[in-house]
Design a binder for this molecule. Structure first.
Ligand SMILES: [Mn+2]
Length: 415
């Protein structure tokens, strides 16, 4: 018997069908964030990264052009199993030579090359309006600005992005998740916390009212706890974003697990929101002490989030996207580590006898529950994962990095 066959037999004894788990995982799209490849710079402006977010590190080889970014993403996808989706920010518009339009005037044609890229690879596209790194941010405010002209510029941007999202969905045949996140906030103690939130809510509803097919465009709102330079007040706080999603037609909440206080966990929030929303969305990241956007690993909380999605039977109700940016290590490797870690967390969750564990909880057999939960930790999961990678035609955990080293030597260091 091969190691896989032996491992499979062990799981069968627990009542877990690993073949079904692998088949199911192969169908689940995970959205790959384009902004890991160039430190969130984008192609539509040369200014600094703003909005209270920061990339740390200066590893060589960042993508400088759409072609380089696309090539890097191809390398990543070739090294990761499973279905992928492309996640774009509006700042990654690709203009014709000599052409430039501001964000309120963006059109589908400015993303036509991305559509070709996605169609050639048979993948869908998710989208994000970019409310940061732009001169028209006044006093750290966009959609919540008291300046009507600033606010209407950003509402126009949001509406343009709804139209572009629908174009993506129609072109690829796959619904587009369009996520609204603004970094609006204040460095020091506010004199008015209500006004900016009322303006943001109104602006959000104006954007969501842009005509679109709700089956094709899934508008999300992402909350945050604080940003750099916006430590005292965040307009789009947790409660605000959740209630805005709950009370705005066709709007769904997006939770980024870096956007909460350090002892809060998104794994616990997933089943809470699933009681109320048909669909929710996730940004998967690894916050270290703050919203640091470290490379996602197979750590306890990553595993717990995947477990919740699986045991709530919500794989068709949760949109999963990676969102982090690490410039301190090879960016392609960072992408691969994160995507493979999330895939691993999902496969591990799919190979867990949840019904048995739930039954122990309901029967009040808490000693037996903890014993079984601990025993499951040393099951031969690695052999199932290795077989999954083999079937998907991608290298094993010990194999893929050689490909990245070669790519670094031949491509990244030449930049
Ligand atoms: Mn996020």
């Amino acid at each position: 018997m091969s190691r896989f066959e032996e491992a499979k037999a062990s799981y069968t004894q627990l009542g877990v069908d690993v073949e079904a788990a692998m088949e199911q995982l192969a169908q689940l799209p995970v959205s790959l964030h384009c902004w890991q490849g160039d430190d969130v710079k984008g192609f539509d402006q040369d200014g600094p990264l703003t909005g209270g977010i920061q990339t740390t590190g200066n590893y060589p080889g960042a993508a400088r052009t759409p072609e380089e970014l696309m090539a890097d993403m191809d390398k990543v996808m070739s090294l990761c199993p499973g279905r992928k989706k492309l996640n774009l920010h509006a700042s990654y518009a690709i203009f014709a030579p000599g052409e430039h339009v501001d964000r309120d005037k963006l059109e589908p044609k400015h993303f036509a090359q991305w559509v070709s890229y996605a169609k050639e690879r048979g993948i869908g596209i998710d989208f994000n309006p970019t409310f940061f790194s732009h001169p028209n941010i006044k006093d750290n405010l966009t959609l919540s600005s008291p300046d009507e002209s600033v606010r209407s510029f950003w509402i126009a941007h949001g509406k343009a992005c709804v139209r572009i999202s629908e174009y993506f969905a129609r072109q690829t045949g796959i619904p587009c998740v369009m996520n609204i996140w603004i970094g609006d906030g204040l460095k020091d103690i506010p004199a008015d916390r209500l006004g900016p939130r009322q303006r943001y809510l109104q602006a959000l509803r104006a954007i969501a009212a842009e005509p679109h097919d709700p089956e094709l465009v899934k508008i999300c709102i992402e909350s945050k706890v604080f940003g750099i330079g916006m430590e005292s007040y965040t307009v789009g706080s947790g409660e605000f974003a959740l209630m805005a999603a709950a009370t705005t037609e066709g709007c769904i909440p997006l939770m980024d697990n870096g956007h909460y206080h350090p002892t809060e966990v998104v794994s616990d929030k997933i089943p809470a929101l699933l009681c109320f929303f048909d669909e929710i969305a996730l940004h998967i990241t690894r916050p270290v002490r703050w919203d640091s956007d470290h490379t996602v690993l197979l750590d306890d909380e990553t595993r717990e989030m995947a477990k919740e999605i699986v045991r709530c039977n919500a794989l068709d109700r949760v949109y999963m996207a990676l969102d982090y940016f690490d410039a301190s290590i090879n960016r392609v490797a960072s992408w691969v580590i994160g995507l493979r870690s999330w895939q691993k967390a999902l496969l591990s969750a799919l190979c867990t006898p949840h019904d048995r564990l739930k039954k122990l909880q309901d029967q009040g057999q808490f000693t037996k529950l903890i014993v079984l939960q601990e025993a499951l930790k040393t099951m031969p999961f690695g052999d199932i994962w290795q077989e999954y990678c083999r079937r998907q035609g991608v290298p094993c955990d010990f194999g893929w990095f050689a490909e990245v080293e070669k790519y670094e030597k031949e491509v990244l260091l030449a930049r």
